[in-house]
Design a protein around this ligand. Structure first.
Ligand code: ADP
Ligand code: MG
Length: 189
């Protein structure tokens, strides 16, 4: 998949820009590829935010509620000047714009965007838990992440993503569908 994104100057980005921030995207309703594409474009359009890499797209067996369609998942690395809670609210706004409604926990969804890591930050509040608590038991999160950041050492972990991915006990199917999403930056007029 090729995505044409508007070119962003580096100096749009202010504080926190050195942090490696990782997001996990998932969708299993209707036009899954379109939801992924739109979510990635909207993330790139966020203030003070820039996408630096996107994994391939993976088709994955659902966890939790049985009988729901398979998911498409991908991982993104971004740089952002937004604070973690501002980023969470911005991502939730994108979920809402793409028609996400919350009914069954872990049930079908048009788009789910989770913050997996925010640099070395560790936060545990009802609103926001970083690192995302179920990361190490979810192959659908780790496998796309391993493609874009195998050497990243998560906070409070003594092993890098590649080790966590290889040793993940999750047996659900995760199948790579595409080559890495190609980001093409266009100079805006
Ligand atoms: P899930 O992603 O677990 O399927 P939701 O997307 O509905 O569920 O999120 C439920 C709540 O999880 C959100 O209201 C949000 O405040 C909270 N949350 C806590 N930590 C995170 C995180 N790291 N990324 C995204 N949401 C989070
Ligand atoms: Mg979520």
């Amino acid at each position: 998949m090729e995505l044409k994104l508007k070119f962003k100057e580096q100096h749009d980005l202010q504080s926190n820009t050195h942090q490696r921030v990782f997001l996990s995207l998932g969708t299993n309703i209707n036009k899954r590829l379109e939801f992924l594409r739109s979510a990635i474009e909207k993330i790139h359009q966020l203030a003070a935010t820039r996408i630096v890499s996107v994994s391939s797209i993976y088709e994955t067996e659902p966890h939790g509620v049985a009988g729901q369609p398979d998911f498409l998942n991908a991982a993104l690395e971004i740089r952002t000047g937004l604070c973690p809670v501002c980023l969470l609210f911005s991502l939730q706004r994108i979920e809402n714009q793409l028609g996400r409604y919350r009914t069954v926990p872990w049930g079908p969804r048009t788009i789910d965007i989770d913050i997996i890591y925010f640099g070395a930050l560790v936060r545990n509040t009802p609103l926001l838990t970083i690192p995302h608590p179920r990361t190490t038991t979810r192959k659908f999160v780790l496998q796309p992440l391993n493609e874009i950041a195998p050497d990243f050492l998560p906070p409070q972990a003594d092993r890098a993503i590649s080790f966590l991915c290889e040793n993940c006990p999750d047996l659900h199917h995760v199948v790579k569908l595409s080559e890495p999403v190609l980001l093409v930056e266009e100079q805006s007029d």
